[in-house]
Write a protein that binds this ligand. Structure first.
Ligand SMILES: Cc1ncc(COP(=O)(O)O)c(C=O)c1O
Length: 367
């Protein structure tokens, strides 16, 4: 039986969000001075268990402003992984610092912590662990290494809102956390949005100025800054959607479990870790990513069956010639880039659709 098209991700917006947007239009509160920006910041701070949340225009701006606020600049090196969206490495170069790539673990695609110390030099200033696909790294180990070498930790939590490590939420462990609210993210808005989290008042105050042209008040400018504000419009949408987040995460974890059970007998694929693989992690499955033999053929086969899969990073960051970072040798990153494929993952995905996807993948490897 053929199903109707199953997309990879599906941002759903209800009448409540639409009503709120109308409210912004009717009151004229569209820009960042509207009340929803602070309301959302307060609610997100409570959800993430941090003191300060500074909403900004997108996840890239969050990383950029965090780097500036932490005085990272020319001459500094910042450690990042290379099998991810290029935004993280990009922002390191915005401030004149150098991205230094470390290889990844094959089971989570996160930084390989056994290799982390080997790339630390006198110039290393910070580590940006990326919580890929909604799983936090082993932050105990990262924080220990950071403390030993006096390094700053900026959590790239763009894919991990609501994820936990040892009961601590993403964005509450390092000096700052950076989030993206791009529509396909776990919490998405109508366009672009982002936020910085921190428990440090000084950093919060710096970011508050940096995101709005250094303006302390409308008539007092205290430093150079950027236009990286979040609109009231987007904040209204995010604020209401935040209420459903825990329910959505629960469903994402259920979907991951159904996929894992249904696909476990196929020897040609390696599945992501199950939701309760250990007591330390609470994964939120921003993406459901597996490693597959004949990956490209599987991708095309699923497309024929009306299933939208994604090969997100077929080329790791350091292999993009235009970035001039070709000198890094990252064997596992390079291998994973050839094997990974994302399956549809969003709360509205029905059990019936998941079973169909499982049956198609099973059929592909049987023939
Ligand atoms: C790990 C990671 N970091 C940073 C970003 C950048 O976020 P944005 O697209 O909101 O600028 C993304 C977005 O896809 C991401 O996945």
């Amino acid at each position: 039986m053929k199903h109707s098209f199953i997309p990879l991700a599906k941002p759903e917006f209800s009448n409540i969000e639409k009503k709120l947007v109308n409210d912004c239009l009717n009151t004229g509160w569209i820009s960042s001075i509207g009340k929803y920006v602070q309301e959302f910041a307060d609610n997100l701070a409570q959800f993430s268990n941090v003191k300060y949340v500074l909403p900004v225009s997108n996840g890239t701006a969050a990383l950029h402003l965090a780097l500036i606020a932490l005085d990272i600049g020319p001459g500094d090196e910042v450690i990042v992984p290379a099998l991810t969206f290029v935004a993280s490495a990009n922002t390191v170069t915005y401030v004149g610092a150098k991205p230094v790539f470390v290889d990844i673990e094959p089971d989570t695609f996160n930084l390989d912590l056994t290799k982390l110390e080997s790339v630390i030099t006198k110039k290393t200033k910070a580590i940006i662990p990326i919580y890929l696909n909604g799983r936090i790294c082993n932050m105990k180990k990262i924080m220990d290494i950071a403390q030993k070498h006096n390094l700053i930790v900026i959590e790239d939590s763009a894919q991990a809102l609501g994820a936990e490590f040892k009961g601590k939420k993403a964005g509450s462990i390092g000096l700052t956390g950076c989030f993206s609210f791009y529509p396909a993210k776990i919490l998405g808005c109508f366009g672009d949005g982002g936020a910085i989290t921190t428990n440090n008042l000084e950093i919060a105050e710096k970011v508050r100025l940096l995101r709005d042209h250094g303006q302390k008040t409308k008539t007092e400018i205290v430093c150079y800054g950027w236009n990286s504000r979040l609109d009231n419009f987007q904040a209204a949408v995010l604020n209401i959607r935040l209420k459903y987040l825990s329910k959505w995460i629960k469903r994402r974890r259920e979907i991951a479990e159904i996929y894992n059970k249904g696909l476990s007998d196929i020897k040609e694929i390696i599945l992501p870790l199950v939701p309760d693989s250990d007591k330390k992690h609470f994964d939120v499955y921003q993406n459901y990513v597996l490693r597959a033999e004949k990956r490209d053929k599987l991708f095309n086969f699923l497309k024929e069956k009306g299933i939208e899969a994604l090969i997100k990073d077929p080329i790791p960051n350091h292999w993009h010639k235009g970035l001039n970072l070709y000198h890094f040798k990252l064997p596992l990153t390079e291998q994973m880039a050839k094997e990974v494929i994302s399956l549809p993952m969003y709360p509205e995905l029905t059990d019936d659709q998941i079973e169909y996807i499982i049956s198609c993948i099973t059929g592909f490897y049987k023939n």
